[in-house]
Write a protein that binds this ligand. Structure first.
Ligand code: S3P
Length: 448
């Protein structure tokens, strides 16, 4: 780590990133958020103890750890690992606050729906504004009883009980919806099947198998179909959580756009349903290489190196979206530094993330002097040209969205004038010590 002062961001602070000299080094990023939530929830639903290493200790996941504890599991952090012992679930005596986490609340809703308990869920302002109908509707179709605030929002109460099977068309390619159905389906009778016209991330399927559950996946057209088998019983196991590619995206893109840089992210998850950004950046001309590719707990992991590269603008179709849905903000920053125009299509789901990310990206780019427009679900970005750099100099409103904050700090590292962001404390939901890690590579980030 560098000599730079600690940057523990608190509510009301701002952070600013200025143009960096070359970024150099080899780092590990925190554990994958999707896998971390699933590891805690499956371990809590299983018989016996599970030991989880590499868990993301960001606020989103800590909220899920507290939730499964309130639902009856014994959760303990000792000797560098999280130990979770499954137990019969009980109705929590308090409302479960999932904070900022859509994954946490949606997966827990599914898990509770199939157990003989009752739980009320809420979240922060952002989460209370996000649509829960996409999970409520299939759970009700399975026989679940759910009472939600108007517009199918939080707070909502799930009255768990006996469920029956479902065949569900997951037309939004949402892994959260699919996972909620699969978790509810563990205690259901009959066929539990999710049809995906475009495949969403499959960590639930991989981990359910590791916990001893029978689950089949088969190709179906461009997508796949996922079906629970007869054996729907979970037994505790060990989970080693690899580095989060959605977090690795920030140092990797920073290395591509800051001249002279070379950064390696070790032990990064390389599940092909999560590597859309690497594919897209390679199409843009990025020098990215992967070494030490291996299997860990059914997931592919490797060390990824990015070297400063002249990028060119490209057109990215909607089929790519599920495999990089959380990476559009940082991809937009890469596009802002590329030669020519980049057009990103099929971004409708970005409107219902931690913020309306389509609007937040557009406003952030413009604040940083980058020309950008949206037409429907398409975002069009005019790059500065790889021989030049975007103007920067703006104040970006993050709308409390961690990925917007990190993306525009990365823009500041390459821009001609520093870029400041508000509410940087939200970065801790997914990437604690982001600023410190970037400083260790040579970034200039300071309180603004
Ligand atoms: C996630 C799925 C995605 C993603 C989110 C994590 C998951 O959301 O944006 O950050 O862990 O299942 P959707 O399922 O809404 O696409």
């Amino acid at each position: 780590m560098s000599e730079a002062p600690a940057l523990t961001a608190e509510a009301g602070d701002r952070l600013s990133a200025g143009r960096a000299e070359a970024l150099r080094g080899s780092v590990r990023v925190p554990g994958d958020k999707s896998i971390s939530h699933r590891a805690l929830i499956l371990a809590a639903m299983a018989e016996g103890e599970s030991r989880i290493t590499g868990l993301l200790e960001g606020q989103d996941v800590l909220d899920t750890a507290a939730a499964v504890g309130a639902l009856g599991a014994a959760v303990e952090r000792r000797e560098g690992a999280w130990h979770v012992a499954g137990a019969p679930w009980r109705s929590p005596d308090k409302v479960i606050d999932c904070g900022n986490s859509g994954t946490g609340v949606r997966l827990l809703m599914g898990a509770v729906a199939g157990r003989p308990v009752e739980a009320t869920f809420t979240g922060d302002d952002s989460l209370r504004g996000r649509p829960m109908g996409r999970v409520i509707e299939p759970l009700r179709a399975m026989g679940g009883r759910i009472e939600a605030a108007p517009g199918d929002r939080l707070p909502l109460t799930v009255h768990g009980g006996t469920l029956h099977g479902i065949r569900h068309l997951n037309d939004k390619a949402s892994a959260q919806v699919k996972s909620a159905i699969l978790l509810a389906g563990l205690s259901a009778d009959g066929l539990v099947e999710v049809i995906e016209p475009r495949a969403s991330r499959d960590h639930s399927e991989i981990m359910l198998k590791a916990f001893g559950c029978e689950i089949e996946t088969a190709p179906a057209g461009e997508g796949r179909v996922v079906r629970l088998g007869r054996r729907r019983f979970l037994r505790g196991t060990d989970v080693d959580v690899p580095g989060d590619p959605s977090s690795a995206a920030f140092p990797l893109v920073a290395a591509l756009i800051v001249p002279g840089s070379e950064v390696t992210v070790r032990d990064m998850l390389l599940n092909p349903l999560r590597t859309g950004l690497l594919t897209t950046l390679s199409e843009m001309g990025a020098a990215i290489s992967i070494a030490n590719r291996r299997e860990v707990g059914g997931e592919t992991v490797g060390d990824v190196t990015a070297r400063a590269s002249g990028l060119r603008g490209i057109e990215v179709g909607p089929a790519r979206a599920p495999s990089m849905i959380d990476e559009y903000p940082i991809l937009a920053v890469a596009a802002a530094c590329a030669d020519g125009v980049t057009r990103l299509h099929g971004l409708g789901e970005l409107r219902v993330k931690e913020s309306d990310r389509l609007e937040a990206i557009l406003a952030g780019l413009r604040a940083g002097g980058v020309e950008a427009e949206s037409h429907g679900d398409t975002l069009e970005i005019q790059g500065s040209g790889s021989g030049s750099a975007p103007p920067g100099g703006g104040q970006v409103s993050t709308h409390g969205d961690h990925r917007i904050a990190m993306s525009f700090l990365v823009l500041g590292m390459a821009a001609r004038a520093p870029v400041a962001v508000d509410r940087p404390e939200m970065i801790a939901t997914s990437f604690p010590l982001f600023a410190e890690l970037m400083q260790s590579l040579g970034a200039r980030i300071e309180a603004a």
